[in-house]
Design a protein around this ligand. Structure first.
Ligand SMILES: [Zn+2]
Length: 508
């Protein structure tokens, strides 16, 4: 680990003079928040409440410069703390005073304030920086995607490092103001509501505001030339969609999908409860990637999601995440099933709505189409490991687990759980054990066995995700169903749902 230490004479002196003897109890915050999958992601010792990100971007050269103002509260007596960031920093201030800073590891920015921060005190941290984000590789990749007319920041779990310093873990959510200056003729897309634009001397500033708590990986930014559509849903929610002007053959299929956002978010509200945010929409930039991402209120779609024609299924998936993932966020990355199992299950419900196969038929098909020796069954959706976090098994077996839960508690209780959980935990964080406790409270049933079987036990369960006592249960018993060569008919929606499997291909 190489360290680059930058301490100005003035700040070093003030640091020395400002630390009283009693400050010996003050300790450095940890370089990670304690996530077993990503030990260095996030940081210890403070909690962020707001990011104010003020940027200037030149699409021709990919030069980004900015000032981030971070409002945080110390959760311990802090002598030093880290942010996660990858661009070059020129100055850091904490509560108005110059702070010493150094870099370490791949994305750690270590900040030593002139005066230590007492537990419970509020800090205003200002970081000035610049760089060419597409050239900055961390762990071998950049999440800053260049497009022919600009750039996009969207990836999971790493996206923030290339455009703003942060406490980069979903357990620390905050509100955002993102204000970006670009040459006239370019547009800026980000989360929430477009609060205003202004032009002067050939440059236009776009100011976006997300006023509900947002995880760092759900913050997104796109600069380029877009066609914008604005509308309101039948329920009165503002819709803002954007399409790159150069989508070629995918342009119409992208619109035929994403323009249905308003209809689909209202339809999902019937299952998941009131939509938690003040705006909704998606954008389709001309990126070469294949995935989509549930960036909060403004979903990122790669054009390839529409290469085979319209795809409302992927729109349903990413919209379902606005409840399962964005409003109720992970406390730790190992619980990814709480995001992907339910977003995939929403696709099952949409298939049922469209008469293209019921959720039960889709779950049966997943179960039957993977023989017992398929490596598919070795991955535990409830704890898949960082290398398999976005494996198709997390999605497919994860959705089968939701169907198994539905069968265990019955439809009436199941739909109460499905809608009640995002309401109960709105704008917060949660774990799988907390979800289990909630589902047990609502259903009055112990669910440890069914969740252990489908989420935490490697290997193909002996019996499929079928209601107990049904004929289907018998046909899928060991030695009978799929492994004996009797694959059920392929549901009509199957291939379309499979096409969304690259939804979270990362590091590409
Ligand atoms: Zn997803």
């Amino acid at each position: 680990m190489r360290k680059r230490l930058i301490v100005s004479a003035a700040s070093a002196l003030s640091l020395f003079l400002a630390v009283p003897a009693s400050a010996s109890d003050f300790r450095a915050g940890t370089a990670g928040v304690g996530d077993s999958y990503y030990p260095t992601y996030g940081n210890g010792g403070y909690d962020v409440s707001h990011y104010d990100i003020r940027l200037k971007y030149q699409p021709a050269t990919d030069e980004l410069e900015g000032t981030a103002t971070i409002l945080a509260t110390a959760t311990q007596d802090l002598s030093r703390f880290n942010l996660d960031f990858a661009l070059n920093v020129s100055e850091v201030r904490v509560n108005g005073r110059l702070a010493a800073f150094a870099t370490s590891g791949d994305q750690e920015l270590e900040i030593t304030p002139a005066r230590p921060l007492a537990k419970g005190s509020q800090a205003t941290v200002v970081v000035r920086y610049k760089g060419v984000p597409s050239t900055v590789k961390k762990y071998g990749f950049t999440s800053w995607h260049r497009t022919p007319d600009g750039a996009v920041a969207a990836n999971e779990p790493e996206a923030a490092w290339w455009w703003f310093p942060s406490n980069d873990h979903p357990s620390d959510k905050a509100t955002y103001d993102v204000s970006v200056l670009v040459p006239d003729g370019n547009q800026v897309i980000s989360n929430g509501v477009l609060a205003g634009t202004s032009s002067q001397a050939g440059w236009t500033r776009y100011s976006w505001r997300e006023n509900k708590p947002q995880a760092t990986y759900l913050a997104t930014l796109a600069i380029g030339k877009f066609d914008i559509t604005r509308d309101t849903t039948a329920s009165g929610l503002p819709v803002y969609n954007a399409y790159s002007k150069d989508l070629g053959d995918n342009a119409d299929a992208a619109r035929a999908s994403v323009e249905r956002t308003g209809e689909l978010v209202d339809w999902l509200s019937g299952y998941l409860g009131e939509y938690p945010f003040s705006s909704v929409g998606g954008y389709v930039p001309n990126v070469p990637t294949g995935y989509a991402l549930e960036t909060q209120t403004r979903i990122f779609y790669s054009p390839r999601q529409f290469a085979k024609g319209s795809n409302t299924s992927v729109v349903v998936h990413e919209l379902a995440h606005q409840w399962y993932g964005d409003s109720v966020s992970l406390s730790r990355w190992s619980d990814i099933w709480l995001n992907e199992g339910f977003a995939r299950y929403a696709q099952f419900l949409w298939s049922e709505h469209e008469n293209e196969g019921t959720a039960q038929e889709l779950a049966d098909y997943v179960y039957a189409s993977h023989p017992a020796d398929d490596p598919f069954w070795t991955i535990k959706p409830g704890d898949p490991g960082p290398d398999n976090q976005f494996s198709s098994a997390v999605y497919e077996r994860g959705a089968v687990a939701v169907q198994a839960l539905r069968n265990a508690v019955g439809d009436e209780k199941f739909f109460r759980i499905l809608k009640g959980w995002p309401t109960e935990r709105r704008y917060g964080n949660a774990t799988i054990p907390e979800f289990q406790a909630y589902a047990e409270k609502v259903s009055g049933k112990k669910l440890g066995d069914v969740l252990n079987t489908w989420l935490f036990t490697p290997g193909k369960p002996a019996v499929g995700p079928v209601p107990p006592g049904t004929a289907a249960a018998a046909s899928l018993a060991p030695g009978a169903g799929a492994d004996a060569g009797q694959l059920p008919a392929e549901p009509k929606s199957w291939k379309k749902i499979q096409d969304t499997n690259s939804a979270h291909e990362t590091h590409s």
